[in-house]
Ligand binder design. Structure first.
Ligand code: ANZ
Ligand code: ZN
Length: 818
């Protein structure tokens, strides 16, 4: 039988029947937790990109299994979320129905992939037995002061009458109807991720993650070491703080700027300036933060009429407001030093504010060459390095109670409320008497009702579901209402890797001993787009659970790899609307799952991806067919009782070298998920195998052993194909069929890797024309003969007369011709 989808089925049935992929949780000593980011069950099935992620990591997992690891490779579905809800609004099909249907399709496709997923451990985040524990997590965070409520703006589309997620807002317009977005203030739930900001930065160093991802996460958290400086307002008892990372420039401050939203603004603005200031505040509230901080924007602002007093020199400094100061960063106020800060410089040019240049510390100015500031002497802080000046000035401020050292983070607390239907309900009750009351643990899950009108009506859909909203207070039994917002789906995915280990547990989200044994995840693979969201949230939740004593490790994912993107044949990102998606199904039907997998491995660098090509898969198909013909030829020889074995030691040495070399190279490459070169090594070995078979001097017992190794070596990369031929080979050897994945992966024997050969250069008239391998210490006469019969050299001698042949043993031959 030729390799095709029928062999896929034979192998898959064998694995299922013999439970080859079952993970043995009691044998955790050599556990290896390999995890692919679970996927969203969307209507458009699995595409080549999913395959690239799941199929190739499966080969890594299989390789590890054959190297003695007890591999745990679970799979599940991130099933709550907006697309299903939007689809429901459009079609009237309930999100539960469409989601479950999509999951069935995807599960089928995953089955055809033939990856060794531990489906017994499957989780689906939208099922009550999963989200019960997502709610449990919320309550634990609430109990531990890590979840709180506060007012925060949401994007609201007045025409669709609905709250929009950030990703539904495009250039401040609704993605669906293009109306201008409004900001609405709502009381919402937050998780206090900022409490872990320091550890989230510091522990990044210990992780085997792509450097780029680590630095993105680090920038996102944005830790700055700086100083808080206290300024007082002239003729009043009011004061305010600024945050600066450049307190060494304090003596050069020429004015201060408050964010328009700063609480002090309306209190200090004098009557003459009030209407301008109010107008400005109104205007800036409509700007997005991203626009406000963009550097190529012309600076705007207003004077408040008030002055601040410099904490050291007591000089009067005008107080301005401007939208380049963000209210949510630092203290929402800055000291402006135009000579040393670009934004301040632009602002002072626009509004004609003075520029002071700090001298006599090592502080460098930032001024264009054409500009000169008024030179300012830093007095007692003269002649200090910038860092020393920062330290001395802050200490001085501390001593006069006007400042202190301060670390600030860009990271904000995680807003988890969504005014959406298709998510886990937040397990909170509001009671007229008792206020906020968490749902008691024994009443979980708070089930998401099915019969809800999820059409947009300006509120959270659950608000319209009276039987859900109205409840009794668990404390005092009087009338109460449930929270109607649902949880961000990133909450569901912030802990799923923990639940996989113990998905049927009804008593707890997971068994502490089990997860302490099974985690952290040893190899995590997924897209780089998750650098600052999912990966950060998961790290935070792990640390929070550790501090609540539910687990005893610090980081969830020790080693991380991002797979590249498989693009459509046109080089663009695959999308339904472009019509360039590549569905694996038709290729699998035509060529079999292993050809599809091997093609993805060979044609792309795993971390880079690239554009799909039909041609490419055809040539891989040919390669698998060739390998199959050779195996079959070998099997025929072995079956032929009358076959006459002939030993040819040099042919065997050659093939053993090729085999052991391939084993060695594949080992290095597969460990770093560099699959394309693994396949290339195997192709090279296949060429050598072909030479051996064509040589017609075949030694049966040698061939038999070689075939075992050849099939085992390729098994992680073409699992169905190899499982099948391993069985046939076993049969010929009178053995019962067992799985090739229960075999030990071949190990390179160094004895076959040292070939007693040296490379020598052959020159013609002093020019190197070729290099060849010859046995070490060959006789001069032999070397001379080999050199003169080399086709490349014959070409260069080209009928000229050979004057002399100089041989330097083990190094070089020079042929002098005339
Ligand atoms: C004076 C100064 C002089 C500054 C100088 C910089 C250079 P990072 O490193 O990102 O933390 N800043 C502080 N709070 C701000 C806010 N809410 N909105 C906009 N800008 C703010 O940046 C810290 C610097 O950004 C602070 O140091 C402050 O300007 C400004 F030559 O203070 B600096
Ligand atoms: Zn109550």
């Amino acid at each position: 039988m030729d390799y095709s989808i029928s062999i896929d089925k034979i192998s898959q049935d064998f694995w299922k029947k013999n439970k080859i992929n079952t993970f043995n949780i009691d044998d955790y000593k050599k556990k290896l937790y390999v995890l692919e980011m679970f996927s969203y069950p969307s209507g458009s099935n699995l595409h080549a990109g999913h395959w690239f992620n799941f199929g190739l990591v499966d080969s890594y997992a299989r390789y590890k299994k054959m190297n003695g690891f007890n591999v745990f490779q679970p799979m599940g579905f991130d099933a709550f979320g907006l697309p299903a809800e939007n689809y429901a609004i459009k079609t009237g099909i309930h999100p539960k129905e469409s989601t479950m249907k999509n999951i069935d399709t995807m599960r089928n496709q995953l089955d055809n992939m033939g990856a060794m997923f531990n489906f017994e451990n499957e989780i689906i985040t939208c099922t009550p037995d999963y989200y019960k524990w997502t709610q449990w997590l919320f309550l634990k965070l609430y109990e531990n002061d890590l979840a709180y409520r506060k007012n925060a703006p949401v994007n609201f589309c007045p025409s669709c009458n609905t709250v929009l997620a950030n990703e539904q807002v495009i250039e401040n317009k609704c993605e669906r109807c293009s109306s201008e977005i409004e900001k609405k203030n709502l009381t919402q739930w937050f998780f206090k991720i900022t409490k872990y900001a320091d550890e989230l930065v510091d522990k990044l160093n210990s992780l085997d993650w792509p450097e780029k991802t680590k630095s993105m996460q680090k920038n996102w958290i944005g830790r700055s070491y700086g100083t808080i400086v206290n300024f007082s307002v002239e003729n009043s008892n009011k004061t305010f703080d600024v945050f600066t990372t450049r307190v060494d420039t304090l003596m050069g401050v020429s004015y201060v700027v408050l964010a328009p939203e700063h609480p002090l603004v309306l209190e200090i603005t004098t009557n003459d300036y009030l209407s301008n200031v109010k107008n400005y505040i109104d205007l800036s509230s409509k700007q997005s933060e991203i626009d406000r901080v963009s550097s190529n924007r012309e600076k705007t602002g207003e004077f408040t009429g008030a002055y601040a007093i410099h904490p050291i020199t007591n000089k009067k400094l005008p107080i301005w407001i401007s939208d380049y100061v963000i209210s949510t960063y630092g203290t929402g106020a800055v000291m402006a030093v135009p000579a040393h800060d670009e934004r301040d410089f632009e602002f002072s040019k626009k509004f004609n504010l003075p520029i002071f240049e700090v001298i006599k510390t090592e502080t460098q100015t930032n001024l264009p060459i054409t500009e000169k500031g008024t030179l300012i002497n830093s007095e007692i802080f003269n002649n200090l390095s910038s860092d020393k000046a920062k330290e001395e000035i802050t200490k001085h401020l501390q001593s006069i109670n006007k400042g202190s050292f301060k670390t600030t983070f860009r990271l904000r607390d995680w807003l988890v409320s969504r005014q959406r239907y298709w998510g886990a309900p937040i397990p909170i009750i509001y009671c007229e008497n008792c206020g906020i009351v968490p749902v008691p643990y024994e009443s979980l899950p708070v089930e998401l009702p099915d019969d809800v009108n999820f059409n947009p009506n300006g509120k959270s859909p659950l608000e319209t579901c009276e039987k859900f909203v109205n409840t009794l207070c668990p404390k005092c039994n009087s009338k109460a209402k449930r929270e109607t917002d649902t949880l961000d789906t990133f909450v569901c995915s912030s802990w799923y890797y923990l639940r996989y280990v113990d998905p049927q547990n009804n008593e707890a989200p997971f068994d502490k001993d089990k997860i302490n044994r099974m985690l952290p995840v040893d190899k995590y693979v997924g897209g780089p787009e998750h650098a600052c969201m999912h990966l950060l949230y998961a790290r935070f939740i792990t640390k929070a659970l550790r501090d609540m004593n539910f687990l005893n490790f610090d980081e969830p994912f020790i080693s991380l790899t991002h797979q590249g993107l498989i693009l459509g044949p046109d080089g663009f990102k695959m999308s339904k609307s472009r019509g360039n998606t590549i569905s694996p199904d038709k290729y699998i039907e035509e060529y079999g799952s292993d050809v599809f997998r091997t093609y993805l491995m060979f044609a792309f660098t795993y971390t880079e991806g690239g554009a799909w090509s039909d041609e490419g898969i055809k040539s891989i198909h040919k390669f698998i067919q060739r390998s199959e013909r050779l195996i079959n030829k070998g099997l025929c020889v072995l079956k032929d009782k009358s076959f006459n074995s002939i030993n040819d030691e040099s042919e065997e040495t050659n093939l053993l070298f090729a085999l052991n070399n391939a084993i060695k190279m594949i080992k290095t490459d597969v460990e770093i998920l560099q699959f394309n070169t693994c396949i290339a090594h195997f192709m090279k070995l296949t060429n050598e195998f072909s030479k051996y078979l064509n040589n017609n001097k075949i030694n049966c017992s040698f061939l038999n052993e070689f075939l075992f190794n050849y099939i085992k070596l390729f098994a992680p990369f073409a699992p169905h194909f190899c499982e099948y031929y391993f069985g046939i080979l076993q049969e010929i050897n009178g053995k019962n069929k067992t799985s090739v994945f229960l075999e030990d992966y071949p190990k390179a024997d160094p004895k076959y890797l040292t070939r007693d050969e040296v490379e020598i250069a052959i020159q013609v008239n002093g020019k190197i024309r070729t290099k060849i391998m010859i046995p070490t210490n060959s006789e001069e006469e032999t070397i001379k003969n080999i050199s003169l019969s080399n086709p490349e050299i014959i070409k260069h001698i080209d009928n000229k007369k050979i004057v002399k042949v100089i041989v330097i043993k083990n190094r070089l031959v020079n042929i002098v011709v005339k």
